[in-house]
Design a protein around this ligand. Structure first.
Ligand code: GDP
Length: 421
């Protein structure tokens, strides 16, 4: 890893459209896989008569990461371009993909949407684009993948581009902020070098497009907000909460508070990539140790912030949501699980305050009886257990959530205001 600027990248798209393969290809092409490991795999592949696919190693490795990813979310894939160090904030193909996507997308600066040329826009393509939009992804690079399966045909490519553009219009994602690239993750076309099969395409290849993404502005001015992912006990150190700094700075010596657990103490040590560091900034994944805070005092879903400007804990909050896929209608009293940063808390929709016209943003109806698929609405929500969450206008990183029920994401939203406990 260089000292380049950091980008968190989400890789999104329908299952089997080639997300994992593309990640493998990116790691391979950027030399993010140790040479000796590639050599070893190459030999194995040749022995088995499968030479030429040494990058398949990366795929095996990813599968392993996937298994581990269930418990160690912090183990992200990384690669670099000239301008940026990228961390992939996701575990593609993970069985809890959408769930990860929610925490992942809220942290991602930009995203690559993978759409298979031979399959086009599918339900999860829609779901992921919708989430990316709601959770505030800046730019979208759309990789029209598996071009080899459609003989690198321009008309097949254009057809998928049109489908995706329609989808972007539907969710009001400015297609000015989207780039389209014909790819084959498997064959490597237009990933690290220009494909000889797509003469009709003269746009950027994927690594160029990634390198040319706008630089994210690190939210260092905001107060510290560090959602806790896990809490470990490490011999010789003690209790070590781990998580990613979303906003602000974590310094050793700071007095910090964990909410909603409501405990506080002084930061003794901060560790990043197995090294002790004096401070951590937005985007840094850290483990740290706080004087007097034990393993049972705090938990996943807590947010760490300055003791004199602690994370907000909501008695109720008002939010704008968009309903994406609910089998029937949502009425007052509905209590699904809200996923916000690392927290998962059942919350009751206490009132449906307004229905919003999605195309204009104007109020379409006051106090509607119900809302359903495609509706945008302002709702008042009461968490059934304490939940730390912030108004999106003040700390966007801690102000968005997804609503899950019956194994799927049914809505996503942003917090408008918090009525604190
Ligand atoms: P994911 O579920 O989106 O992560 O998809 P995978 O990366 O697991 O890919 C699904 C299947 O599509 C695998 O069998 C891949 O080998 C295959 N695949 C991925 N990319 C390409 C491609 O560019 N061309 C072809 N022909 N197959 C691909």
């Amino acid at each position: 890893m260089s000292d380049e600027q950091h980008q968190n990248l989400a890789i999104i798209g329908h299952v089997d459209h080639g997300k994992s393969t593309l990640v493998g290809r990116l790691l391979y092409e950027t030399g993010s896989v140790p040479e000796h490991v590639i050599e070893q795999h190459k030999e194995e592949a040749e022995e088995k008569g499968k030479g030429g696919f040494e990058f398949a190693y990366v795929m095996d490795n990813l599968a392993e990461e996937r298994e581990r990813g269930v418990t160690i979310d912090i183990a992200h894939q990384e690669f670099s371009t000239d301008a940026y160090d990228f961390t992939i904030v996701d575990c593609p193909g993970h069985r809890d993909f959408v769930k990860n996507m929610i925490t992942g997308a809220s942290q991602a600066d930009n995203a690559v949407l993978v759409v298979a040329a031979d399959d086009g826009v599918q339900p999860q393509t829609q779901e992921h684009v919708f989430l990316a939009r709601t959770l505030g992804i800046g730019e979208l690079i759309v990789g029209v993948n598996k071009m080899d399966l459609v003989d690198y045909g321009e008309s097949e490519y254009k057809q998928v581009v049109e489908e995706v553009k329609d989808l972007l219009t539907q969710v009001r994602f400015d297609s000015e902020n989207a780039k389209f690239i014909p790819l084959s993750a498997f064959e490597g076309d237009n990933v690290a070098s220009e494909s000889e099969h797509t003469d009709w395409y003269d746009g950027e290849i994927l690594l160029e497009a990634l390198n040319n993404l706008p630089a994210p502005e690190p939210p260092t001015d905001a107060p510290l907000r560090l959602p806790i992912q896990d809490v470990y006990t490490i011999s010789g150190i003690g209790t070590v909460p781990v998580g990613r700094v979303e906003t602000g700075i974590l310094n050793t010596g700071d007095n910090v508070s964990f909410q909603p657990s409501d405990v506080s103490g002084e930061v003794k040590t901060v560790e990043m990539h197995h090294e002790e560091v004096p401070k951590a900034e937005p985007g840094d994944n850290v483990g740290f140790n706080v004087r007097g805070v034990g393993k049972d005092d705090i938990r996943r879903g807590d947010v760490c912030g300055p003791a004199d400007d602690p994370p907000s804990v909501a008695e109720t909050f008002q939010a704008q949501i968009v309903v994406m896929q609910h089998p029937s209608v949502i009425t007052e009293g509905y209590t699904p699980v809200f996923h916000a940063h690392t927290a998962q808390v059942a919350c009751t929709v206490e009132s449906i305050d307004k229905k919003i016209d999605p195309s204009s943003g104007e109020v379409a109806e006051e106090n509607p009886d119900f809302i359903q698929n495609g509706d945008a609405a302002v709702v008042t929500v009461r968490p059934q257990k304490p939940l730390s969450i912030e108004p999106s206008s003040e700390i966007p990183e801690l102000g968005s959530f997804a609503i899950r029920d019956m194994g799927q994401t049914i809505a996503a939203g942003k917090v408008l205001s918090v009525n604190e406990r």
